[in-house]
Ligand binder design. Structure first.
Ligand code: PLP
Length: 414
């Protein structure tokens, strides 16, 4: 098939792509092929105008009245209800609040309380570091009343013992893009009496997620990746309705109180998921996230997944056909059903290679120690972008263009 693929044949497929019109919803700078929307989604065209409106009209003119008049106070629940439709949840099961890291802390603590008599948080060594670090911090705070146990993916089921309180997993691996079988692992955890907390940071907005169908207990996810909410956008959390009555999280701030404006001296949790809130929501960031979520809601989820798979298959096919013999090793699952919306390759010179690509306008990212990561967001990328990115990669490899001192110095953020 590779021999038949040309840039022209791909442009023809792009022209017939049912998702093609969504590309116009984004500001995509000329000369850039953006393969990092899995780390920071691009700017939606509607965001600057909406932010100007919130700043100038709602804040500037409405002032404090906008908490009620512009519905600011309702934002976490309202945007949460939109995200709920992307993850197979009910509207009252999702809340937008805080960061993914802070929500992990709240939900892990709540999970230990929901499953008393059990002390183990079970996760995997290659989970996203913040997930593991937050679990370690909670274990330390609880002073021996909880433990973190790490098992490689193939031993997770066997690691489910009678002391396992909660399994903490990221649905799509940030390194390889491998997808966990959410339904199977959730069922195995439940059979062992454990709860499951899914991190959807690399799933939501890129592939279908059905928390309800999987019977998931708890979840968190990120707002600035495939949801295009902007740098530092607030995150979301999910708690299955059946756990709401027993759900207690430790950051018992005033906005999670039953009556915040009664200003009582004692904490009483709000009914439902409102108790997951801690403090005042970041209204400007929330407004940007709202627009970002709308960009995803505007597209058919099945078409998004189909195109994401097509882009990933094409990327792998072209790299293997055109860059063979240059030391790239596929890290992502070859089988599309087991792969999220990114393709990762290992290479001994991954860091300078990625810097050389970025210098040519092909923006992916590097993940330690040797991973080249290419995010393939189906909402705005075209097949010709994949073609051009692989052309650039081949050129950088063939000319050893990465082997220059300026590409070897590591920046603070990689
Ligand atoms: C991006 C990401 C996060 C980010 O957490 P922040 O608190 O927003 O920095 C957490 N978990 C996973 C799996 C991620 O991919």
């Amino acid at each position: 098939m590779a021999a038949m693929t040309t840039r022209e044949s791909l442009a023809a497929v792009d022209a017939a792509d049912p998702l093609a019109r969504h590309r116009d919803a984004f500001v995509l700078p000329a000369g850039v092929i953006y393969l990092d929307g899995n780390s920071l989604g691009p700017l939606p065209r509607a965001t600057p105008g909406r932010l100007a409106e919130v700043v100038e009209r709602e804040w500037g003119e409405g002032l404090i009245r906008s908490w009620n008049a512009a519905g600011w106070i309702d934002g976490p629940r309202r945007v949460g209800a939109k995200i709920a439709t992307l993850v197979g949840a009910e509207a009252d099961e999702v809340m937008v609040t805080d960061s993914t890291s802070v929500n992990l802390f709240k939900l892990l603590a709540a999970a230990l309380r929901l499953n008393p008599g059990r002390s183990v948080i079970l996760s995997e060594p290659e989970n996203f570091p913040t997930d593991l670090y937050v679990a370690q911090g909670l274990v330390e705070l609880l002073g021996g009343r909880a433990r973190l146990r790490l098992e490689p993916p193939e031993r997770l089921a066997a690691g489910l013992t009678a002391d396992t309180a909660v399994v903490l997993l990221t649905h799509v691996s940030y390194r390889s893009g491998a997808v966990h079988d959410m339904a199977a692992l959730t069922a195995a955890a439940h059979d062992a009496g454990a709860l499951v907390l899914w991190d959807l940071s690399h799933s939501v907005g890129a592939l279908p997620v059905d928390l309800g169908k999987a019977g998931a207990d708890l979840a968190v996810g990120c707002g600035y990746k495939y949801l295009n909410g902007g740098p530092g956008a607030p995150a979301f959390l999910y708690v299955a309705e059946r756990h709401h009555a027993g759900f207690h999280q430790p950051i018992t701030g005033w906005l999670g109180h039953a009556e915040p404006f009664a200003f009582e001296s004692g904490y009483r949790p709000a009914p439902g998921l409102a108790r997951a809130l801690a403090g005042t929501p970041p209204i400007l960031s929330l407004a940007a996230l709202d627009v970002g979520v709308d960009t995803v809601l505007a597209a058919d989820p099945a078409a998004l997944r189909a195109k994401s798979i097509a882009l990933g298959d094409l990327f792998i096919e072209l790299v293997e056909a055109r860059a063979a013999g240059h030391g790239l090793a596929l890290l992502s699952p070859r089988e599309a059903a087991r792969r999220g919306s990114q393709v990762s390759f290992r290479h001994p010179h991954a860091y300078p290679l990625m810097q050389a690509l970025i210098a040519r306008g092909v923006i992916g990212d590097f993940r330690a120690p040797d991973i080249l990561r290419f995010g393939l967001a189906p909402l705005y990328l075209r097949r010709v972008d994949v073609w051009d990115a692989v052309e650039a990669l081949v050129e950088v490899l063939e000319k050893r263009a990465w082997d220059r001192p300026e590409f070897l110095t590591r920046a603070t953020v990689t």
